[in-house]
Ligand binder design. Sequence first.
Ligand SMILES: Cc1cc2nc3c(=O)[nH]c(=O)nc-3n(C[C@H](O)[C@H](O)[C@H](O)COP(=O)(O)O)c2cc1C
Length: 295
Amino acid sequence: MKPAPVGVARPVSHHITNEAFHQAVAAARHAPSAYDLQPWQWRITDVTLDLFVDHTRLTTRTDPDARLATISCGAALHHARLTLAAHGWRATVTRSPDDADPAHLARVRIDGPAPVDAETAELARVIDLRHTDIHPVTGDPVEPATLRTIATAFEAQHVRLGLLRPDQILELAVAAADSASLEPAVAQWQKELALWAGNDRIVGSPGGRLPTVSCGRDRAATFALLHGPRDNAIDWLHAGEALSAGSLVASTFGVSVLPFSAPIEFAVAREALARVVPELGFPYLMVSLGRHPAR
Ligand SMILES: Cc1cc2nc3c(=O)[nH]c(=O)nc-3n(C[C@H](O)[C@H](O)[C@H](O)COP(=O)(O)O)c2cc1C
Protein backbone atom coordinates (compact mmCIF):
# COMPACT_ATOMS: atom_id res chain seq x y z
CA MET A 1 0.00 0.00 0.00
CA LYS A 2 1.32 3.43 -0.91
CA PRO A 3 2.11 5.48 2.24
CA ALA A 4 0.57 8.92 2.60
CA PRO A 5 3.23 11.54 1.80
CA VAL A 6 4.49 13.75 4.62
CA GLY A 7 2.46 16.92 4.96
CA VAL A 8 -0.69 15.77 3.16
CA ALA A 9 -3.85 15.64 5.30
CA ARG A 10 -6.81 13.38 4.37
CA PRO A 11 -10.26 12.71 5.76
CA VAL A 12 -10.25 9.99 8.43
CA SER A 13 -11.54 6.53 7.64
CA HIS A 14 -10.73 3.37 9.55
CA HIS A 15 -8.66 2.11 6.68
CA ILE A 16 -6.60 5.32 6.60
CA THR A 17 -6.26 5.46 10.40
CA ASN A 18 -4.91 1.93 10.35
CA GLU A 19 -2.43 2.85 7.60
CA ALA A 20 -1.27 5.93 9.56
CA PHE A 21 -0.71 3.80 12.67
CA HIS A 22 1.42 1.37 10.67
CA GLN A 23 3.56 4.26 9.43
CA ALA A 24 3.96 5.51 13.01
CA VAL A 25 5.00 2.08 14.29
CA ALA A 26 7.51 1.66 11.45
CA ALA A 27 9.12 5.01 12.32
CA ALA A 28 9.19 4.12 16.04
CA ARG A 29 11.64 1.30 15.27
CA HIS A 30 14.29 4.02 14.88
CA ALA A 31 13.85 5.22 18.48
CA PRO A 32 16.77 4.90 20.89
CA SER A 33 16.41 2.10 23.43
CA ALA A 34 18.52 0.95 26.37
CA TYR A 35 20.78 -1.92 25.31
CA ASP A 36 19.03 -1.67 21.92
CA LEU A 37 16.35 -4.01 23.29
CA GLN A 38 13.40 -2.17 21.69
CA PRO A 39 11.21 -3.29 24.62
CA TRP A 40 7.94 -2.07 23.11
CA GLN A 41 4.94 -3.85 21.72
CA TRP A 42 2.27 -2.13 19.63
CA ARG A 43 -1.32 -3.16 19.05
CA ILE A 44 -3.00 -1.56 16.07
CA THR A 45 -6.74 -1.47 15.53
CA ASP A 46 -8.77 0.70 13.16
CA VAL A 47 -9.31 3.28 15.90
CA THR A 48 -6.49 2.97 18.43
CA LEU A 49 -2.77 2.44 18.62
CA ASP A 50 -1.74 0.91 21.95
CA LEU A 51 1.75 0.81 23.40
CA PHE A 52 2.87 -1.84 25.89
CA VAL A 53 6.19 -2.44 27.56
CA ASP A 54 7.35 -5.92 26.55
CA HIS A 55 8.42 -7.62 29.78
CA THR A 56 10.04 -10.48 27.86
CA ARG A 57 12.62 -7.99 26.57
CA LEU A 58 13.68 -6.53 29.92
CA THR A 59 17.08 -6.93 31.50
CA THR A 60 15.70 -7.88 34.90
CA ARG A 61 19.14 -7.71 36.52
CA THR A 62 19.82 -4.08 35.67
CA ASP A 63 16.26 -2.91 35.08
CA PRO A 64 14.09 -4.67 37.71
CA ASP A 65 11.32 -2.03 37.76
CA ALA A 66 11.38 -1.52 33.93
CA ARG A 67 12.58 2.06 34.35
CA LEU A 68 14.94 2.00 31.35
CA ALA A 69 12.48 -0.03 29.30
CA THR A 70 9.72 2.53 29.99
CA ILE A 71 12.04 5.40 29.01
CA SER A 72 12.79 3.51 25.79
CA CYS A 73 9.04 3.06 25.17
CA GLY A 74 8.59 6.80 25.70
CA ALA A 75 11.13 7.47 22.96
CA ALA A 76 9.21 5.12 20.64
CA LEU A 77 5.93 6.84 21.57
CA HIS A 78 7.36 10.25 20.67
CA HIS A 79 8.66 8.92 17.34
CA ALA A 80 5.14 7.57 16.62
CA ARG A 81 3.42 10.83 17.66
CA LEU A 82 5.80 12.88 15.54
CA THR A 83 5.26 10.65 12.52
CA LEU A 84 1.49 10.99 12.79
CA ALA A 85 1.83 14.77 13.06
CA ALA A 86 4.20 14.89 10.07
CA HIS A 87 1.67 12.99 7.98
CA GLY A 88 -1.01 15.53 8.84
CA TRP A 89 -2.83 13.87 11.73
CA ARG A 90 -3.84 15.39 15.05
CA ALA A 91 -3.71 12.68 17.70
CA THR A 92 -4.60 12.39 21.37
CA VAL A 93 -2.41 10.32 23.68
CA THR A 94 -3.67 8.83 26.93
CA ARG A 95 -0.78 7.70 29.12
CA SER A 96 -1.31 4.77 31.54
CA PRO A 97 -4.83 4.24 30.13
CA ASP A 98 -5.56 1.06 32.10
CA ASP A 99 -5.03 1.02 35.88
CA ALA A 100 -5.40 -2.78 35.85
CA ASP A 101 -2.55 -3.22 33.37
CA PRO A 102 0.63 -1.25 34.18
CA ALA A 103 2.33 -2.65 31.06
CA HIS A 104 -0.18 -0.70 28.96
CA LEU A 105 1.74 2.57 28.69
CA ALA A 106 -0.25 4.61 26.20
CA ARG A 107 -3.22 4.71 23.85
CA VAL A 108 -3.15 6.92 20.76
CA ARG A 109 -6.24 8.02 18.83
CA ILE A 110 -6.41 10.08 15.68
CA ASP A 111 -8.76 13.06 16.04
CA GLY A 112 -8.59 14.30 12.47
CA PRO A 113 -6.45 16.02 9.87
CA ALA A 114 -4.16 18.89 10.87
CA PRO A 115 -1.75 21.18 9.04
CA VAL A 116 1.94 20.21 9.16
CA ASP A 117 4.46 22.89 10.11
CA ALA A 118 7.97 22.94 8.68
CA GLU A 119 9.62 22.10 12.00
CA THR A 120 7.52 18.95 12.47
CA ALA A 121 8.31 17.80 8.92
CA GLU A 122 12.04 18.44 9.49
CA LEU A 123 12.09 16.55 12.80
CA ALA A 124 10.31 13.59 11.21
CA ARG A 125 12.90 13.64 8.45
CA VAL A 126 15.78 13.29 10.92
CA ILE A 127 14.23 10.20 12.58
CA ASP A 128 16.10 8.08 10.02
CA LEU A 129 19.34 10.04 10.46
CA ARG A 130 19.72 10.20 14.25
CA HIS A 131 21.85 7.53 15.83
CA THR A 132 23.73 7.02 19.08
CA ASP A 133 27.42 7.72 18.63
CA ILE A 134 29.67 6.63 21.49
CA HIS A 135 32.84 8.20 20.04
CA PRO A 136 34.24 11.15 21.99
CA VAL A 137 32.94 14.53 20.88
CA THR A 138 35.43 17.21 19.87
CA GLY A 139 35.73 20.96 19.38
CA ASP A 140 34.01 23.66 21.37
CA PRO A 141 31.12 22.81 23.69
CA VAL A 142 27.65 23.33 22.20
CA GLU A 143 27.02 27.08 22.15
CA PRO A 144 24.54 28.42 24.77
CA ALA A 145 21.81 29.50 22.31
CA THR A 146 21.73 26.05 20.66
CA LEU A 147 21.83 24.38 24.05
CA ARG A 148 18.80 26.46 25.12
CA THR A 149 16.84 25.40 22.02
CA ILE A 150 17.66 21.73 22.64
CA ALA A 151 16.82 22.04 26.35
CA THR A 152 13.46 23.61 25.42
CA ALA A 153 12.70 20.57 23.22
CA PHE A 154 13.50 18.21 26.10
CA GLU A 155 11.48 20.24 28.58
CA ALA A 156 8.41 20.54 26.34
CA GLN A 157 7.84 16.86 27.21
CA HIS A 158 7.19 17.51 30.92
CA VAL A 159 10.64 16.79 32.36
CA ARG A 160 13.48 19.10 33.34
CA LEU A 161 16.98 19.11 31.88
CA GLY A 162 19.58 20.15 34.45
CA LEU A 163 23.04 20.98 33.13
CA LEU A 164 25.85 19.58 35.29
CA ARG A 165 28.82 21.76 36.13
CA PRO A 166 32.35 20.38 35.63
CA ASP A 167 32.86 20.29 39.40
CA GLN A 168 29.71 18.16 39.78
CA ILE A 169 30.97 15.72 37.12
CA LEU A 170 34.26 15.54 38.96
CA GLU A 171 32.49 14.90 42.25
CA LEU A 172 30.40 12.16 40.64
CA ALA A 173 33.56 10.60 39.24
CA VAL A 174 35.12 10.64 42.68
CA ALA A 175 31.96 9.07 44.20
CA ALA A 176 31.93 6.40 41.48
CA ALA A 177 35.62 5.68 41.95
CA ASP A 178 34.93 5.10 45.64
CA SER A 179 32.25 2.49 44.95
CA ALA A 180 33.32 -1.01 45.89
CA SER A 181 30.56 -2.67 43.82
CA LEU A 182 31.69 -5.47 41.53
CA GLU A 183 28.77 -4.99 39.10
CA PRO A 184 30.24 -4.73 35.59
CA ALA A 185 27.95 -1.79 34.79
CA VAL A 186 29.15 0.06 37.89
CA ALA A 187 32.70 -0.55 36.69
CA GLN A 188 31.57 0.89 33.36
CA TRP A 189 30.09 3.96 35.06
CA GLN A 190 33.34 4.42 36.99
CA LYS A 191 35.34 4.18 33.77
CA GLU A 192 33.14 6.54 31.77
CA LEU A 193 32.89 9.14 34.52
CA ALA A 194 36.65 9.02 35.00
CA LEU A 195 37.03 9.59 31.26
CA TRP A 196 34.61 12.51 31.35
CA ALA A 197 36.27 14.07 34.35
CA GLY A 198 39.72 13.13 33.04
CA ASN A 199 41.37 9.93 34.32
CA ASP A 200 44.26 11.94 35.55
CA ARG A 201 41.96 13.90 37.86
CA ILE A 202 41.04 10.94 40.07
CA VAL A 203 43.81 9.88 42.43
CA GLY A 204 43.81 7.39 45.27
CA SER A 205 44.07 8.32 48.93
CA PRO A 206 43.77 6.19 52.06
CA GLY A 207 40.32 7.63 52.84
CA GLY A 208 39.04 7.45 49.30
CA ARG A 209 39.74 9.33 46.10
CA LEU A 210 40.67 12.94 45.73
CA PRO A 211 40.41 15.10 42.66
CA THR A 212 43.59 16.53 41.18
CA VAL A 213 43.66 19.68 39.10
CA SER A 214 44.50 18.74 35.51
CA CYS A 215 41.94 18.84 32.69
CA GLY A 216 39.71 16.03 31.48
CA ARG A 217 39.70 14.75 27.90
CA ASP A 218 36.03 15.21 27.20
CA ARG A 219 35.90 18.97 27.67
CA ALA A 220 33.84 19.34 24.48
CA ALA A 221 30.87 17.54 26.03
CA THR A 222 28.08 19.11 28.05
CA PHE A 223 26.56 16.83 30.68
CA ALA A 224 22.97 17.00 31.79
CA LEU A 225 20.45 15.15 33.85
CA LEU A 226 16.84 14.54 32.88
CA HIS A 227 14.93 14.81 36.12
CA GLY A 228 11.61 15.68 37.73
CA PRO A 229 9.71 15.91 41.01
CA ARG A 230 8.14 12.41 40.82
CA ASP A 231 9.46 8.93 40.08
CA ASN A 232 6.59 6.97 38.50
CA ALA A 233 6.23 5.03 35.27
CA ILE A 234 4.47 7.98 33.64
CA ASP A 235 7.46 10.20 34.47
CA TRP A 236 9.84 7.67 32.87
CA LEU A 237 7.58 7.61 29.80
CA HIS A 238 7.77 11.41 29.58
CA ALA A 239 11.56 11.16 30.02
CA GLY A 240 11.72 8.88 26.97
CA GLU A 241 9.52 11.24 24.95
CA ALA A 242 11.89 14.02 25.99
CA LEU A 243 14.94 11.98 24.97
CA SER A 244 13.43 11.51 21.52
CA ALA A 245 12.37 15.15 21.13
CA GLY A 246 15.67 16.55 22.43
CA SER A 247 17.81 14.16 20.39
CA LEU A 248 15.95 14.90 17.16
CA VAL A 249 16.16 18.67 17.64
CA ALA A 250 19.86 18.26 18.55
CA SER A 251 20.40 16.28 15.33
CA THR A 252 19.12 19.23 13.27
CA PHE A 253 22.00 21.26 14.78
CA GLY A 254 24.56 18.50 14.19
CA VAL A 255 24.66 17.83 17.94
CA SER A 256 24.73 14.27 19.33
CA VAL A 257 22.93 13.26 22.49
CA LEU A 258 24.46 10.26 24.23
CA PRO A 259 22.28 8.69 26.93
CA PHE A 260 24.08 7.20 29.88
CA SER A 261 22.01 4.82 31.98
CA ALA A 262 24.47 3.43 34.56
CA PRO A 263 23.93 6.33 36.99
CA ILE A 264 20.23 5.47 37.06
CA GLU A 265 20.50 1.67 37.08
CA PHE A 266 22.34 1.21 40.34
CA ALA A 267 21.38 2.35 43.79
CA VAL A 268 24.99 3.25 44.58
CA ALA A 269 25.12 5.55 41.55
CA ARG A 270 21.64 7.03 42.14
CA GLU A 271 22.66 7.85 45.72
CA ALA A 272 25.83 9.55 44.47
CA LEU A 273 23.73 11.63 42.06
CA ALA A 274 21.28 12.61 44.80
CA ARG A 275 24.22 13.68 46.99
CA VAL A 276 26.09 15.65 44.33
CA VAL A 277 23.09 17.35 42.71
CA PRO A 278 20.38 17.36 45.41
CA GLU A 279 18.52 20.22 43.71
CA LEU A 280 17.66 18.04 40.71
CA GLY A 281 14.90 15.87 42.22
CA PHE A 282 14.47 12.36 40.84
CA PRO A 283 17.02 11.49 38.13
CA TYR A 284 15.62 9.75 35.03
CA LEU A 285 18.60 9.64 32.66
CA MET A 286 21.98 11.26 32.25
CA VAL A 287 22.96 12.52 28.79
CA SER A 288 25.97 14.16 27.23
CA LEU A 289 25.74 16.57 24.33
CA GLY A 290 28.43 17.48 21.84
CA ARG A 291 29.58 17.40 18.24
CA HIS A 292 31.50 14.62 16.53
CA PRO A 293 34.15 15.32 13.91
CA ALA A 294 32.92 14.71 10.33
CA ARG A 295 33.84 11.17 9.27
C1 LIG B 1 17.04 4.69 28.41
C2 LIG B 1 18.27 4.57 27.53
C3 LIG B 1 19.52 4.36 28.11
C4 LIG B 1 20.65 4.26 27.33
N1 LIG B 1 21.88 4.12 27.93
C5 LIG B 1 22.99 4.08 27.18
C6 LIG B 1 24.28 3.99 27.80
O1 LIG B 1 24.39 3.95 29.02
N2 LIG B 1 25.38 3.98 27.00
C7 LIG B 1 25.26 4.03 25.62
O2 LIG B 1 26.28 4.02 24.94
N3 LIG B 1 24.05 4.12 25.01
C8 LIG B 1 22.93 4.15 25.74
N4 LIG B 1 21.71 4.24 25.13
C9 LIG B 1 21.63 4.30 23.68
C10 LIG B 1 21.31 2.93 23.10
O3 LIG B 1 22.42 2.07 23.25
C11 LIG B 1 20.92 3.09 21.63
O4 LIG B 1 19.76 3.87 21.55
C12 LIG B 1 20.67 1.76 20.96
O5 LIG B 1 21.84 1.00 20.89
C13 LIG B 1 20.09 1.94 19.55
O6 LIG B 1 20.96 2.70 18.76
P1 LIG B 1 20.49 4.06 18.07
O7 LIG B 1 20.18 5.05 19.16
O8 LIG B 1 21.68 4.46 17.23
O9 LIG B 1 19.27 3.75 17.24
C14 LIG B 1 20.55 4.34 25.90
C15 LIG B 1 19.30 4.54 25.33
C16 LIG B 1 18.16 4.66 26.12
C17 LIG B 1 16.81 4.90 25.49
